[in-house]
Design a protein around this ligand. Sequence first.
Ligand SMILES: [Zn+2]
Length: 196
Amino acid sequence: MSLIERLTDEFARLPGIGRKTALRLTYHVLRTPPQEAHRLADAIIAASERVHACSVCGSYTEASPCSLCSSPRRDRSIICVVEEGSDIAPIENTGEFRGLYHVLGGRLSPLDGIGPAELNIESLLARVREAEPVREVLLATNPSVEGEATALYLHRLIAPLGIRVTRIARGLPVGGDLEYADGVTIAEALQFRREL
Ligand SMILES: [Zn+2]
C-alpha cells in the first residue's frame, strides 16, 4: 500500500468522512508544510493519551474529577444524564443548567449488543444512592427510539429510590441529536422538562 493510500484509509475510518473527502484531506496534508502535519499528529496523540474518562461523571477530561464535578459552584442536587460527553457542551452553552452531569457512554440498543452492562449505569446508581445529595435526575438522552427506551429504563431504576426523575421536553425533533440542536431549543427542552 502506498503512503497516500495508507493516509487516505486512515481518514476514511473517521466518522462522517467518505472516500472522496478522505482523499481531499490527504492531498491537503501533502500540500501543507511538514510542521503543520506534526502539529495535527501531536494534537491527536496528546488528546488520545492524556484525556480520559472522569472518575465521577464519565465525561472526557484531562483532570479527574473533571472541572464540572469538582466545581463548588454547581448544584449537586441535580444530575443531568446524557448519552455522550459531546452532549454536555450544547447544554452548558444554554446557561440553563447548573447541576452535575453523568455520561452513559451510549444508549440501550439490543440490536447492536448494547445492554445496561455496556453503559455507565452502575456508577450513576452509586452516585444517586451514596455519593451526592441528589434530589433530581434529569434524563437528557436523545429523543430517538433508543434514547427514549434508555430514559424509561433509567426511570424504572431510579424512581423507586425516592428521587424525582424528569425528562427533557419535546421541542427536540424526534430522531434528532442533542449535539446538533440549536441553543434555544435545548434551553426550552430543559426549562419545560416533565415528570416521568
Ligand atoms: Zn466529572
